[in-house]
Write a protein that binds this ligand. Structure first.
Ligand SMILES: [Zn+2]
Ligand SMILES: [Zn+2]
Length: 336
């Protein structure tokens, strides 16, 4: 089969590779991949950005995928060939205290599909059956491939404990920020999604087409355009300037949830945080339960995959990475 792999440690050392078709071992399932999204983390690994040194090439990238079961290994009981499935990307040991409580994203031994081991930018991928969720017949598998980034948003919004009556700012209109804003709005909050000038033509426009209120903070100061000050803030831009904005605008008792990852350190405005009793929570990845909710939300048509996604044949993966890097598309789906 062909696959798209990070082949060396250097920036851009990645490309199509030939692999033998994988065979599922005990408890494992071989999935025929229908579509695999390119995540921001895939871009970081592709470019060899700091913070991803733990990724050991050669590794087939890809963790935002959906497909059908091609083969079930010995001992697999929940799935059989032909079943439509989505795998969980952050995979815990399933034995530790966190895993047993359903918090597999915090497992000290967790592994990430397509980063720790071979992933889904390929015709086939191997996944343990415990990490698979069934996908309903009505949901197109290309849409189901968005369950991973949507589940990350479901997790972050849950960390914000947000609901009707809350005023929430989501900073960063990339796919995770867009999804956080959509989920927060669905849960009843009044939501503003913020971006900067370069987000205006594509990302903010895509958000508005999904019915979201947006603010370009380089055109209009957020404080004036927002109306009421927020009591919730979800930071998904990866920019420390947005963390400063959050501390400036959150009302006392407000809550900040950080789901971005940052290239630089940042100084917490400690005294402001203390005096206003600001809560800061962090959110990483997602769990089985978050995927269940994400798949249900996708079934409601909340995400318009056609306006969000650009499809590329797997063989043109390098072009998809280039188009994402120059910002000409919001989300790429690779189709084997
Ligand atoms: Zn992802
Ligand atoms: Zn564990």
């Amino acid at each position: 089969m062909i696959a798209f792999a990070k082949t060396g440690r250097g920036a851009g050392e990645a490309g199509l590779v030939d692999r033998s078709d994988p065979h599922p071992g005990p408890g494992e399932v071989c999935i025929r991949i229908s579509a695999c999204g390119i995540c921001g983390s895939d871009l970081h690994v592709f470019r060899a950005d700091p913070g991803y040194e733990w990724v050991n090439p050669p590794v087939v990238l890809g963790h935002e995928c959906a497909g059908t079961v091609a083969k079930a290994g010995p001992g697999v009981t929940r799935f059989r060939p032909g079943d439509r499935v989505v795998p969980i990307s952050v995979q815990g040991c399933l034995q530790c205290r966190d895993c047993r409580a359903g918090r597999t994203n915090r497992c000290p031994q967790r592994r990430v599909m397509g980063l720790s081991h071979d992933g889904a930018m390929a015709e086939f991928a191997i996944v343990r059956e415990e990490y698979l969720l069934p996908v309903s017949e009505e949901l197109p598998l290309e849409t189901a491939a968005l369950a991973e980034p949507l589940s990350v948003a479901v997790h972050a919004v849950a960390r914000a404990r947000l609901g009707p009556g809350d005023v929430a700012v989501v900073s960063g209109p990339g796919p995770i920020g867009l999804f956080c804003a959509l989920v927060a709005q669905k849960w009843g909050a009044e939501v503003v999604l913020t971006g900067v000038e370069r987000d205006e033509p594509l990302r903010l426009e895509t958000a508005r087409r999904h019915g979201l209120r947006t603010v370009n903070v380089e055109r209009s100061p957020l404080r004036e355009s927002i109306g009421r000050r927020p009591n919730r803030w979800i930071e998904a831009s990866g920019s420390t300037a947005a963390l400063d904005d959050a501390f400036e605008l959150l009302i006392p008792g407000g809550q900040l949830v950080v789901v971005g990852l940052y290239p630089t350190a940042w100084e917490l405005p400690l005294n402001r945080a203390v005096r206003d009793e600001v809560t800061v929570a962090f959110s990483y990845g997602s769990t089985y339960r978050d995927y269940e909710i994400a798949l249900q939300l996708l079934g409601t048509g909340m995400v318009d995959a056609d306006t969000l996604v650009a499809r590329y044949p797997l063989r043109q993966a390098a072009r998809a990475f280039a188009d994402l890097t120059d910002g000409s598309i919001v989300k790429a789906l690779l189709v084997p």
